[in-house]
Design a protein around this ligand. Structure first.
Ligand SMILES: Nc1nc2c(ncn2[C@@H]2O[C@H](COP(=O)(O)OP(=O)(O)OP(=O)(O)O)[C@@H](O)[C@H]2O)c(=O)[nH]1
Ligand SMILES: [Mg+2]
Length: 202
């Protein structure tokens, strides 16, 4: 696979507004259920297995993690996953406060990539997240992960199930990927660059 991301670097983690970076670089927020493959995607895209931590204990991180892509072309913001049963009420509250604050007030936020597992019907949490993004009129690209786990005859069927369940708008992109075999990972990069109106060739 051609390597489109020539440079990537972990910048910092932040729990709230005091940790955000004060500049004009556009940010792409990655949201999705715990275990869907947000961190794996960041590693697949950057061809760096160690960049984002792939956690064996989901629901542990409560921070937003900022990554530089191609020296200031844009930043990826990796968010903790939602829908993890073991987080208690207090942690859930902290999570949503942090996420709401970021999504509702961050001027750098230009695009949200929402990841869903291609094998499953979107959950109530997924629906809630999608509705929330629409309510705040945030541009969304939906990325279906774990394409490698689907049988050929499930691909179209599952895409339709996800589109119908979320009631996807025609303006929202939908890209099916595998972080394992890297199928369509570069397509997500191209779509991000298109939405941000930045030059993908660096
Ligand atoms: N087969 C397959 N496995 C994947 C794919 N993407 C991620 N995984 C696996 O799914 C598990 C969770 O991946 P993560 O990238 O840590 O998921 P996450 O969304 O960052 O999870 P949280 O950080 O808990 O929110 C890991 O075991 C990955 O190896 C994929 O496209 N195909
Ligand atoms: Mg993660």
């Amino acid at each position: 696979m051609e390597q489109k991301v020539k440079w990537s670097e972990f910048i910092k983690s932040a729990a709230g507004i005091e940790g955000w970076i004060d500049d004009d670089i556009p940010e792409v927020l990655f949201v999705g259920r715990s275990n869907v493959g947000k961190s794996s995607f960041i590693n697949a895209l950057t061809n760096n297995k160690k960049l984002a931590k792939i956690s064996s204990t989901p629901g542990k991180t409560r921070l937003l993690n900022f990554f530089d892509i191609n020296k200031g072309l844009f930043r990826i913001v990796d968010a903790p996953g939602y829908g993890y049963a073991k987080v208690n009420g207090k942690m859930k509250e902290q999570f949503s406060d942090m996420m709401n604050q970021y999504m509702e007030t961050r001027p750098n936020l230009k695009l949200v990539v929402m990841l869903v597992d291609l094998r499953h019907k979107p959950t109530t949490d997924d629906l809630g997240m999608y509705k929330y993004l629409k309510y705040y009129q945030l541009p969304v690209v939906v990325v279906g992960t774990k394409l490698d786990k689907l049988k050929q005859n499930e691909i179209k069927k599952n895409e339709k199930m996800i589109r119908d369940t979320l009631e996807l708008k025609p303006s929202d992109g939908f890209i099916k990927i595998s972080n394992t075999d890297k199928r369509n990972v570069n397509e997500v990069y191209d779509e991000i660059c298109k939405r941000l109106e930045v030059n993908p060739e660096v």
